[in-house]
Design a protein around this ligand. Structure first.
Ligand code: FES
Length: 189
């Protein structure tokens, strides 16, 4: 009888320990994942790059496309490399417009860098000859190899105090890397 009671007590004690351990595991696992996510760059989400690409004075309002590289600090799992080229943009400012429009130079078909025709009156991709108007639309619509028009990028103008206290206007874009080969513009993860 005494031995039976002892066995029961032991079983109850072990069951209590197991329950406490399971509870602690359930609580601490999400916490540990959260801490790891916060601390490790491996878990950091992709950041969009807001990048200064030009001065407004470099983009006259003549409607012609201007090409600018996109330089930004690059991060891999643990390292940060400053001012690496991650892409390029075209800025086009029509007559009388205060603000240019921005396109990524990456072709929506397979990612080649889009060029311009000799008169710079159209964009043309050298890889499979997709041709775009200066507003980014495909010249032959769905008959072009490119499945969609050129991808526009959000743009903003920022005034800063330059040398000699003169105000200077910078052109900033949100450089977005879009997936290729789709009809819709989808951001890469
Ligand atoms: S990559 Fe531009 S048309 Fe194919």
């Amino acid at each position: 009888m005494v031995e039976s009671n002892m066995n029961n007590n032991r079983r109850t004690f072990v069951a209590a320990i197991v329950a406490v351990a399971a509870g602690a595991l359930a609580t601490l696992t999400p916490l540990a994942v959260g801490v790891a996510t916060f601390l490790s760059p491996l878990f950091r989400k992709h950041k969009n790059h807001h990048v200064r690409v030009a001065l407004l004075s470099q983009v006259p309002d003549d409607g012609l496309p201007r090409y600018f590289p996109v330089l930004t600090d690059r991060e891999d799992a643990w390292n940060r490399t400053p001012q690496q080229r991650v892409g390029a943009v075209y800025l086009v400012r029509s007559a009388g417009e205060a603000q240019p429009i921005a396109f990524t130079a990456k072709c929506p078909h397979a990612g080649c860098f889009i060029g311009t025709t000799s008169g710079a009156d159209q964009f043309k991709c050298p890889c499979h000859t997709s041709t775009f108007r200066l507003d980014g639309s495909r010249v032959r619509g769905d008959e072009e190899v490119s499945p969609r028009d050129m991808d526009r990028l959000p743009l903003e103008l920022r005034k800063i105090n330059g040398e000699n206290g003169l105000s200077v206007t910078e052109v900033w874009v949100e450089y977005i890397d879009f997936q290729t080969g789709h009809k819709q513009a989808i951001r890469t993860a």
